[in-house]
Ligand binder design. Sequence first.
Ligand code: PBG
Ligand code: ZN
Length: 325
Amino acid sequence: MLFPDYRPRRLRQSEAFRRMIRETVLSADDFILPLFAIGGKDVKNPIPSMPGHCQLSTEHLVKTAKEAYELGIPAVILFGIPETKNALATAAYSKDGIVQKAVSELKSKVPDLAVITDVCLCQYTDHGHCGVVEGHIIDNDATLDLLARTALSHAKAGADMVAPSDMMDGRVTEIRNVLDENNFSHVPIMSYAAKYCSAYYGPFRQAADSAPKFGDRRTYQMDPANALEAIREVTMDVEEGADIIMIKPALPYLDIICRVRQEIDLPVAAYNVSGEYAMIKAAEEKGWLDGKRAMMEMLTAIKRAGADMILTYFAMDAAKELRRS
Ligand code: PBG
Ligand code: ZN
C-alpha cells in the first residue's frame, strides 16, 4: 500500500477512530501491586527512592490492599522486612514471620484479593545474598531446602501463589515437590524465570533492606547480554512445573518478553521493577516529562511486547488513570 492510495493518517484523525484501531488496551486486571510488610503498629515508613510507596505494618497493608482491590487490581505480591537476620534466614520460614502474619491477615480481611508471596532469602540473611553462603560462594543445593520451607510456610499461612525470585537452579522442582507432599498441589508457582542482574533493582534494595553486604548477584542472576539463555532458563522452569513465568526487569528486556511470549504457551508476567518506577518519578519531579503519560506508555509497551500481567509499583496510579479515561 503506497501513498496516495494509503494514508495512515486517515485512521488517526479522531479519538473515536484511534480507539477503534487500538491494538493494546491496558486494564487494572493486568496489574499486580508489590507491597512491603514490616512489623510494629501504625508503621508507614516512606521509601525515599520510591515516592508513593512505604513499608507498611499490617493494618496499613490491609488498607492499601483493600484500596487496590477496589480499584480492580486482582493481586498483590508481598515482600517482608523481618526483625532479625541471620546466616540461615530463619525468619523467612518461621511460622510467625512477617510475611506469614501479613498473608493471613490479608486473606481474612480482603479474601478475594489474590496474595502472591515473594520467596527468597535476601531480606532475611545477614549477608544479603539470596542463598546460603559458604565462604564467599553461594551454595545452590543447600539453599533449595530453605526456599522450599519458605514457600511451604507461605502456603500454610494462606498464600494463593508463591513466587521464587532467588535464581537458584532447581528450585521450582523442589518447591513443587514440597507443596505437593503437603496438600498444597493447588498452589501455583510464578517463577522469576529470567531474572537479570540489574542496576534497576537499586530502589527495591533500599525498600526491602536486601542489598548484598559483599560481592554482587552475578553468579546467580542472568547476564544482561544474554537472550538465548533466557529461553533455556524459562524452558527449564516450565519443565520443572512453573505455572506462570516471569521476565524481570521489564522495560530494558522487552525483546525477551516478546521472544518468550512467542515460544512458551504459559502465562507470561513481566516485573516493571523499582528502578523503572523511580526513573519516571524522578524525571516527573524535575518537570522533565509528563509522568502519567510516561507511565501509561511504559505499561502499554510491556503489554504490547507480550506480557499477560505486569508486576508494577504503578498499579494504583495506572488503575486510577484507567478509571478516569
Ligand atoms: C530479591 C528481589 C529483588 C527484587 C525482587 N525480589 C531484588 C534483587 O534481586 O536484588 C527486585 C524488585 C524491584 O527492583 O522492584 N530476590
Ligand atoms: Zn533474593
